[in-house]
Design a protein. Sequence first.
Lengths: 185, 149
Amino acid sequence: MLEFAQWVQFTGLFTYLRSSAFTYPIILSLHMCGIGMFGGMILLGDFRMLGISMRNRSISDLIDQLRVPKRWGALLMITCGILLAGSKAEEYYYNAFFRVKMILLLCVFVHGWIFRKSVYENTKALDAAPQVPAIAKVAAATSLLLWTGLVICGRGIGYIEPPLDKIHAEVRPMDVPRAVGAVER
Amino acid sequence: MLLLQAGAPPANPLNDAAWLFPALECWHILGFAVSIGTIAIVDFRILGYGMVRDTAQSLAKDFAPWTLFGIVSMLLSGALMFATDPDMYYLNHPFQGKMTCLTLALLFHYTLRRKAIAAGTATAAIGIISLLLWAGVLAGGIFIGFFAT
């Protein structure tokens, strides 16, 4: 795995990304646009199934219509995520927050697979039930926990200092976490 | 007060704990996921994508409390982050760009865009301008850390 990470980060594309002044933050901005413009769709669907928001709207109204845009959002976030991670693959290999984030991401796919038949493709039955069935609430609560965890881990990645004695790629000054400076001041 | 007169800035308790700033960042991200997220669904609807079984008017009406909740969340967490190092932010060009986009985005959201949606006359330009302004806010936030002053 470590050899793979080292090989990936020294390929032409990822070497360019790592050393670019603008391309790297632009891709990070697109990754953030993915969260800003599509992450809310996940939250809304989960809040509705928990009965917190928009009870005047049916569950199928939100879940069915947001399915396709959510997939576009996932494609945007994952594509940008691969580009970001690949350019610092060796450093991230050692990063505990990155590792937990990848495990949570795997859990998101498992979550979708587990609840697909009973919840996400069964919205008409959820609408017909007098109360939101427990399984839909479990799916929504788990989804909220997983996505909150992903945001926390994603932000946490930048706060772990790279193990400079172990990594081979040059670390630019901008990679040093900002808040460490803020705390010292 | 004595300290202030002597010219030493008062210590900000937000800088005491290492985990507080990243916690504010996470709150900020979840806040804009809700606010920009609900705004984007309506913008996509105006452009003819996503929730096309509903009108932009009915979506905007139902999302309004959530949009406001998200905006208040991100403004509160943002103000607290600004307070940890005001000089740095004030002089930072990406931050200045971000605040310009934010002011324009909020003004646009609560004036032209809201009126056009309520009247049912929102054109594609409204959706595109709104999405671009919010993308500018998000990108500005990212660039702050890359062009530190």
